[in-house]
Design a protein around this ligand. Structure first.
Ligand code: NAP
Length: 307
């Protein structure tokens, strides 16, 4: 099968593209950086600039499935300007993809769009479990970003394209991302949770996330699915499991929320919000998790990142 991937050069994209290529698929990808056009061996890069409405529509040639991952990282200081970038880097590329598709309509082979979404769409709650059916009425910045992003993704339905949205949790990968950041203090024996440390962390091992995307492509999933492990943990549990995998002590008390709010402002939501997200619908869809437990997942990831 021939697929087009956006955001292919990111943490999730790199691993996903490699898996798709290993499985014998042909991969096209869109990048905003001309320096990355030849950066993925075995795949073909195409340039786009969603800010200027530019897209090389040759990227759609013979493509049946699009996987849409593009979006600016949320792990950068949330200034007013950067918040605009977090928002527009999800809305504009989604709109431009659709516009590009409509332009080449006669030759269109695309039947399926699988888009990244995020569990940040759900309201934060100290203990209540959320499912794909939980009402999402945006109150916070992140809830609004994800809600509006999903609405744009839904527009592909109007062109007769089947739409699947994967609400991704905290991705644990040996190649950077959140694990890379958490490992630095934990390796020095300074690992600590934030706030009460009781907030829910709905995490997923990168291999399972890639596995879910692969299943979604092959079995033509449609609708919304949570891409999280079936066993979310509290932040205290996550930090102690990481310390254990790194064979480091873990005795520091959590960093108080007021301090984090003072230092990080609105961005403190990223570490203080609590999400206990259900994976049941994804399991019912036939996906079998390779790493359902946090300790085994972290042991595996730490061993991979040491290689
Ligand atoms: N990692 C997580 O824990 C997590 C959790 C929930 C949801 N997600 C979502 O999953 C997706 C992939 O995550 P990731 O961790 O792989 O992200 P990432 O490492 O930050 O990579 C995202 C990619 O998006 C592209 N991009 C950035 N700004 C863009 C813009 N203005 N216009 C078009 N493309 C742009 C970049 O590709 P080029 O430089 O090649 O253009 C970049 O490589 C993201 O949409 C993210 O929101 C991730």
């Amino acid at each position: 099968m021939k697929l087009l991937i956006t955001g292919a050069t990111g943490v999730v994209g790199k691993t996903l593209v490699q898996k798709l290529l290993d499985d014998g698929n042909e991969v096209h990808y869109l990048t905003t950086q001309s320096s990355k056009l030849d950066s993925i061996q075995g795949a073909k890069g195409f340039f786009w600039n969603p800010d200027l409405d530019q897209i090389d529509t040759a990227c759609f040639h013979e493509v049946e499935t699009i996987i849409h991952l593009a979006g600016a990282t949320v792990a950068k200081r949330w200034t007013k300007k950067y918040k605009e970038q977090i928002y527009s880097s999800r809305i504009k590329p989604t709109q431009l993809l659709l516009k590009g598709l409509v332009e080449i309509k006669e030759n269109l082979k695309v039947k399926h769009l699988i888009s990244a979404s995020a569990i940040g769409i759900y309201p934060s709650h100290p203990y209540r479990q959320v499912t794909e059916n939980t009402l999402t009425t945006p109150h916070t910045f992140m809830e609004k970003v994800v809600c509006d992003w999903e609405k744009e993704v839904d527009q592909f339905n109007k062109e007769g394209i089947r739409v699947c949205k994967l609400r991704i949790g905290l991705v644990l990968s040996p190649k950077g991302g959140v694990l890379g950041t958490l490992k630095i203090p934990t390796k020095m024996g300074l690992g600590a949770a934030f706030g009460t440390g009781e907030q829910g962390q709905s995490w997923i091992h990168i291999s399972d996330l890639v596995g879910i995307f692969k299943n979604a492509v092959e079995a033509q999933w449609e609708g919304v699915f949570n891409a999280v492990s079936p066993n979310p943990v509290s932040q205290n549990e996550l930090i102690s499991a990481l310390a254990k995998s790194l064979k480091k002590p873990n005795f520091f008390p959590p960093i108080p929320s007021f301090l984090l709010r003072f230092i990080l402002g609105e961005m403190s939501a990223l570490v203080l919000d609590s999400h206990w997200v259900s994976a049941q619908k994804t399991i019912n869809q036939g996906y079998q998790f390779q790493f359902p437990e946090i300790q085994k997942a972290l042991h595996h990831l730490v061993s991979q990142s040491d290689k």
